[in-house]
Design a protein around this ligand. Structure first.
Ligand code: ADP
Ligand code: ASP
Ligand code: MG
Length: 476
């Protein structure tokens, strides 16, 4: 559908009756011009609450579970009462009640078993998005906009990696088009749940925390949308996380590659996998602030007219560095590295950065802290012989580190930039532990001690004049 606009509203943009009203008004206004499909996150903090409730159920904390479920019910019922006229409330309150009852059945099962089967967890987590989609669709209807809440488990077909599933694009395309195109053609605005999907045989899955951005891009791709707008709580993609760098500036345009690098290196404003489905079809994406409708936001485009230097800096605190070092000179470095990477790949551990020093073929790998146990187990297995016979030194782990990444297409061929970045970090007396730069020179990844991470981010932001670079023509 070549004039379709897909819009995704994040947790804060769906966080209260007032925010849902604004989101619905944005949808209604755009729908006067062209077909619109909405993708919604759960109300802010609801996914965390669902997870906490399941944890409490697992540990047998019945009172805690009841208290959490009361909070869940109260938040949604209150939003319903504030949003809807009296004659529409009963049906929606019943819908809320049914979804919360389904969640209670799952937590009851978890309490009984004392464990969380991954499939039930994903089914339970999707209830946050199903509740917010229900509210948004009901409000749109109350305003005379024909709308229907749609559970993405009916649309997005995924593999069976519960908690971090990957979409299978062909069956997703078939299902999503069959379900959504008739609605759109009839002038109905689908309000689709973000974050969730289901395997081909119908088992519920989720796409990873923050995954509603990804849901929206999957749907935009399979529906051949004209544009995707991602509504959030900041003015767009900025030169740094404004929570760390108060003078961070908004970037008017970034390329798909820059945005993907920022997202993969910790810029929460976009889920890392969001851009992949869109690149082939070159569907333009906007990141916009639902709290400041007058701000233009950031446009994500295939390429920039002019691009200079380092444009943005991002960071990740919850990471761990694993060092692998040969004890014997006879060891074949490439083979050791090959087996190590193969093990990590099979264990589905994401490699954030890799750095090696050629002389002794020692190398280090950066992974997410939460994936460290799986990474160590995988490396232990795939390098078992070398470790057992002492050809490799025992694996060393430093989990007191953070990753800083400097991103910009224009860094290519800018001599001296890396030197300036390293000097700026050392001036803050922050020790650099490892460095990795791909030959495309799009990103310089730097591992530093955790307690110096925020200082280093601010130092790099200032040294590269990112605020000024983002506004090359003051007053424009
Ligand atoms: P949503 O709930 O709308 O998906 P998120 O909380 O996932 O929103 O992402 C928005 C947050 O991302 C912002 O509040 C901001 O603190 C953070 N962020 C991190 N890095 C950046 C960046 N480079 N530009 C903009 N925001 C960033
Ligand atoms: N609600 C989910 C989360 O909090 C997905 C999302 O908001 O994108 O992770
Ligand atoms: Mg998000």
């Amino acid at each position: 559908m070549n004039d379709l606009l897909v819009m995704k509203f994040g947790g804060t943009s769906m966080g209260s009756a007032e925010r849902i009203r604004v989101a619905a008004e944005i949808c209604a206004a755009e729908q006067r011009r062209r077909p619109v499909a909405a993708v919604v996150s759960a109300m802010s903090k609801i996914t965390d609450l669902l997870l906490e409730t399941m944890r409490r159920a697992e540990s047998g904390d019945r009172e805690g579970v009841e208290q959490d479920i009361r909070r869940l019910r109260q938040r949604h019922e209150q939003a319903c009462l504030e949003l809807l006229p009296a004659d529409r409330q009963a049906a929606v309150l019943e819908g809320i009640q049914n979804l919360i009852a389904a969640f209670e059945r799952i937590t009851g099962g978890i309490a009984l078993l004392g464990e969380w089967p991954p499939r039930s967890v994903d089914e339970a987590l999707s209830i946050g998005e199903r509740l917010s989609a229900l509210l948004m669709a009901a409000y749109l209807e109350s305003q005379g906009v024909r709308a229907e809440a749609v559970n993405a488990a009916e649309l997005i077909v995924t593999d069976a990696v519960f908690g971090n599933a990957t979409p299978l694009m062909e069956p997703t395309s078939e299902k999503a088009r069959a379900r959504l195109l008739p609605l759109l053609a009839a002038g109905v605005l689908p309000v689709v749940t973000g974050f969730n999907g289901a395997t081909a045989d119908g088992r519920p899955t989720t796409l990873g925390r923050g995954g509603s951005d990804f849901s929206a891009s999957i749907l935009a791709a399979v529906l051949d949308a004209a544009e995707l707008w991602i509504w959030t709580d900041v003015d767009g993609i900025m030169t740094a996380d404004p929570r760390l760098v108060p003078d961070a500036s908004i970037l008017e345009e970034v390329t798909y590659s820059e945005a993907a690098e920022l997202a993969y290196n910790g810029a929460k404003v976009l889920h890392p996998r969001t851009l992949a489905p869109l690149i082939e079809k070159q569907i333009p994406v906007w990141s916009k602030n639902s709290f400041a409708l007058d701000k233009p936001g950031t446009k994500i485009v295939p390429r920039l007219q002019v691009s200079s230097g380092a444009r943005a800096v991002t960071s990740m605190a919850n990471v761990a560095l694993i060092s692998i070092e040969p004890a014997s000179a006879g060891l074949h470095g490439a083979q050791v590295m090959g087996r190590a990477l193969d093990g990590l790949g099979r264990a589905d551990v994401e490699l954030l950065a890799l750095s090696s020093s050629s002389y002794r073929q020692s190398f280090c790998l950066l992974v997410r802290a939460q994936e460290l146990p799986a990474a160590l187990m995988a490396l232990g297995e795939s390098l078992e012989l070398e470790l057992a016979h002492g050809y490799l030194k025992p694996l060393e782990v430093d989990d007191n580190v953070g990753l800083l990444a400097v991103v910009g297409e224009g860094m290519r061929g800018t001599p001296g930039l890396a030197g300036r970045i390293f000097t700026a970090i050392s001036r803050e007396k922050v020790n650099i532990i490892a460095i990795a730069q791909g030959s495309n020179e799009l990103t310089i990844a730097i591992v530093v001690h955790r307690d110096g991470l925020e200082k280093a981010v601010r130092a790099v932001h200032a040294e590269c004049h990112m605020t000024e670079q983002a506004h090359p023509h003051p007053g424009d």
